[in-house]
Structure formats: C-alpha cells, structure tokens
Design a binder for this molecule. Structure first.
Ligand SMILES: NC(=O)c1ccc[n+]([C@@H]2O[C@H](COP(=O)([O-])OP(=O)(O)OC[C@H]3O[C@@H](n4cnc5c(N)ncnc54)[C@H](O)[C@@H]3O)[C@@H](O)[C@H]2O)c1
Length: 253
C-alpha cells in the first residue's frame, strides 16, 4: 500500500477538532496506531465514536490543556510511557481569538501569550521531547500545522499569524538539526478549511473567502489529512524542512 503507516504510532494534538479527527481517521486507515490529545473531553469522546465507525479501530487518547506549558513539557513522555514509542508527532491543535480579532494597537499581552502558548510553545516542547525519543530509534516524523496566515499575514490576528510563522522557522530548524537522526520535520499551511474553527464565520465572510480562493470553495479536513499522511509515510523520506500549501490556490491569487 502506498503511504502505509503500518507499524507506526502517531500522536495527534487537537484530535477532537476538524482536521485532527480526519487525520486520525486517515492514519488508522493506513495502519497506524493513533493517540489523540485535546482539551475537550466531550470532543474526544465523539471523535472516538466517529473513528470507530469509519475505521473499525479504537484509538488511545489523552485529555490535556496545551496552554499549561509546565504540563505540556512532560506530555509526550507521558504518552509514550502509557502507549509505547511514538513515531509521528502531529502538532495540529491551534487556537485563534474569536470574532474578528484585534488590531495590533489593541492587542494585550494576555492575548499574545494565550495564542503563542497553544500554537507555538506547546509544539516547541512536544517536539523537544519527540526528537530525543525519535533520535534513539533513528526514525521520526514531525508535522506542524501552520497556516496561510504565516505567509499572507492575517489582519486582526497578529498573535495568530506570528505564532504560525514561528512554527515554520522552528520546523526548518528541527529539520536541519535532526536530519542525520532519521527525523523529518515539515509543515502544512492550510488555507480556509471547514472546521470548528471556521464554523463561526458569518455567511458574508465565507462568501468573501470563496470569492478570493481560485477554486471557489473552502477545503475540508480530508484535504489536510491526505497531505499529513503523505509527510508521515516512509515514502516522504526525502522531504524535510518544507511546507505543503493546501489552499485551493489562494496563496497565489
Ligand atoms: N480551519 C482553518 O481554516 C485553518 C486554517 C489554517 C490553519 N489552521 C490550523 O489548523 C489546525 C487545526 O484546526 P481546525 O481547523 O481543525 O480547528 P478546530 O477548532 O476544529 O480544531 C482545533 C483543536 O485544537 C484543540 N485545542 C485548542 N486549544 C487547545 C488546548 N489549549 N489544549 C489542547 N487542545 C486544544 C481544540 O479543542 C480543537 O479540537 C490549527 O492549528 C489551526 O490553527 C486552520
């Protein structure tokens, strides 16, 4: 099977969300053992039901708040001691300020810290634990879910776009530092994707987005899951420090 994940274990943060659940399903279908982590226990429970229904498989899970950085520092090791060695880390959980965000001049430090903690510091410390463990086994995949916002900027969301930009440079650095250890590190930069995060957008904003996207529609979780699965697979062994843009052509419009 092309892009088989047989014999590998994946750890996906934000596994109760739109892209996380579709990635968990794709991983399970390709033969991986899967652990999902999320702050919303009810969301995890419904993800487990959907994954079971679509794949016949049971996945493991951890309830965690990634904004609690002290606890996040030990989360990866905790997951490995509970479930076994992790070969693929997908830093997918993400947070954005609700509504239309805040102009930079009105951003508070609290807003900056809240978004940076979940979107950047948590992936930083999870990756730090992951590279140590993966290096010992000589194989690993780190896939960070960045955003088109890291490339275009996102008015009203300076904290969010900066956090996603920081994730890009972290990824490139991991790629270079650990290339000889059998670890690859790559990013996905989604455009506008239907999920819980975008569900609150008004019809007018959705229409604006669709008009701006050359393909004329938003993407979905499966569009992202396919790219993550490729990067996680052994076939992607020669790809590191890169970003796959999944955005219906929006970035080049
Ligand atoms: N939807 C889009 O248009 C879009 C575009 C670009 C990038 N992204 C990124 O894609 C990733 C997935 O987002 P999504 O669209 O599936 O959104 P989503 O809201 O459906 O999923 C995000 C998940 O992260 C979890 N999460 C948030 N804060 C957490 C915390 N403190 N601890 C643990 N879990 C936490 C949420 O509970 C949620 O289940 C995010 O990193 C997001 O920034 C999304």
């Amino acid at each position: 099977m092309l892009f088989s994940l047989e014999g590998l274990r994946g750890f996906i943060t934000g596994g109760a969300g739109g892209m996380g659940i579709r990635t968990a399903i794709a991983f399970a279908k390709q033969g991986a053992d899967v652990i999902i982590a999320d702050v919303r226990e009810d969301g995890i429970k419904s993800s487990l039901d959907i994954i079971k229904k679509e794949t016949g498989k049971t996945v493991d899970y951890i309830v965690c708040d990634l904004s609690n950085i002290e606890k996040t520092k030990t989360l990866f090791d905790e997951a490995e001691s509970k479930f076994g060695p992790i070969d693929i880390l997908v830093n997918n959980a993400g947070a954005i300020d609700p509504n239309h965000g805040t102009l930079l001049e009105n951003h508070t430090e609290e807003q900056l810290d809240r978004i940076m903690n979940v979107n950047f510091k948590a992936p930083f410390f999870l990756s730090k634990s992951a590279v140590k463990s993966m290096s010992r086994r000589g194989f690993g995949r780190i896939i960070n879910i960045s955003s088109i916002a890291a490339f275009k900027g996102e008015p009203g969301h300076a904290n969010y776009s900066a956090s996603k930009g920081a994730l890009l440079t972290l990824t490139k650095t991991i790629a270079i530092e650990y290339v000889k250890k059998g670890i690859t590190a790559n990013c996905i930069a989604p455009g506008a994707i239907e999920s819980r995060m975008t569900a609150a957008l008004t019809d007018a904003i959705k229409k604006e987005l669709e008009d701006a996207i050359p393909m004329g529609c938003m993407g979905n979780g499966d569009d992202i899951a396919a790219a993550v699965t490729y990067l996680a697979s052994k076939e992607a062994r020669y790809v590191t420090g890169q970003t796959i843009h999944v955005n219906g052509g929006w970035l080049i419009a």
